[in-house]
Design a protein around this ligand. Structure first.
Ligand SMILES: Cc1cc2nc3c(=O)[nH]c(=O)nc-3n(C[C@H](O)[C@H](O)[C@H](O)COP(=O)(O)OP(=O)(O)OC[C@H]3O[C@@H](n4cnc5c(N)ncnc54)[C@H](O)[C@@H]3O)c2cc1C
Length: 173
């Protein structure tokens, strides 16, 4: 067990660690204080997943991706844990993690043009107001075009800051 996973298991307020699936589901419901997690549903999903795990020709797309990735040696070397059936006692214990909702992307709010000028509802620039970064939308307000690619936002955010700064400076000339 890696030290960081062990630390979460020992101290993680959102972690439930148990040796059997019924105990795990009971622990999940105790953590949240209501019975939202239904044992039958979890047991069925886990059994389905473990069947797919046992079958190298299985159709589960996530496991197919894992198998494909593990064809590369660097993938096999950097992963801490080998894929295993969830109910394999040798791969235990079972760990459930309570998820919390957070805002990952604001997706902007201010419409800008490619000079980073903030536009009014009528499409005209608001004098003296510039916006850069995600507040202007994906990757700095469409600096990569309308279809941004996940993982390329930061570059556009930085670039839109440069554009905003340059255009603001030019407007003062
Ligand atoms: C989990 C996650 C993973 C990501 N992974 C990638 C990735 O792999 N590659 C990639 O390119 N992009 C990635 N992104 C997107 C990228 O990180 C963001 O698009 C980028 O950081 C946005 O930069 P920003 O400066 O526009 O906004 P932010 O980084 O959100 O900065 C806004 C700042 O304003 C501050 N602020 C807010 N309100 C106020 C206020 N009223 N007064 C003063 N300060 C205020 C906030 O505290 C914050 O520091 C990821 C984003 C997330 C959340």
């Amino acid at each position: 067990m890696s030290p960081s996973v062990q630390a979460f298991m020992d101290q993680g307020a959102d972690f439930v660690v148990r040796d059997s699936l019924p105990d795990l589901v009971r622990g999940m419901n105790e953590l949240t204080g209501h019975d939202a997690v239904e044992f039958g549903t979890v047991a069925r999903e886990v059994a389905d997943r473990d069947l797919q795990m046992a079958n190298v020709f299985g159709k589960d797309p996530q496991l197919a991706m894992v198998r494909g990735a593990r064809a590369l040696i660097n993938e096999r070397l950097i992963r801490i844990v080998k894929p295993a059936p969830l109910l394999d006692p040798a791969a235990g214990p079972l760990i459930a993690v309570r998820l919390n909702i957070l805002t990952r992307k604001t997706l902007g709010g201010l419409e800008t043009d490619l000079q980073a000028r903030v536009l009014r509802p009528d499409g005209q620039p608001m004098p003296g107001l510039y916006a850069a970064g995600e507040v202007a939308g994906f990757d700095g307000g469409g600096m990569h075009g309308y279809r941004s690619l996940e993982g390329t936002f930061l570059g556009g955010c930085l670039f839109s800051g440069r554009v905003a700064g340059r255009c603001a400076a030019a407007a003062l000339d």
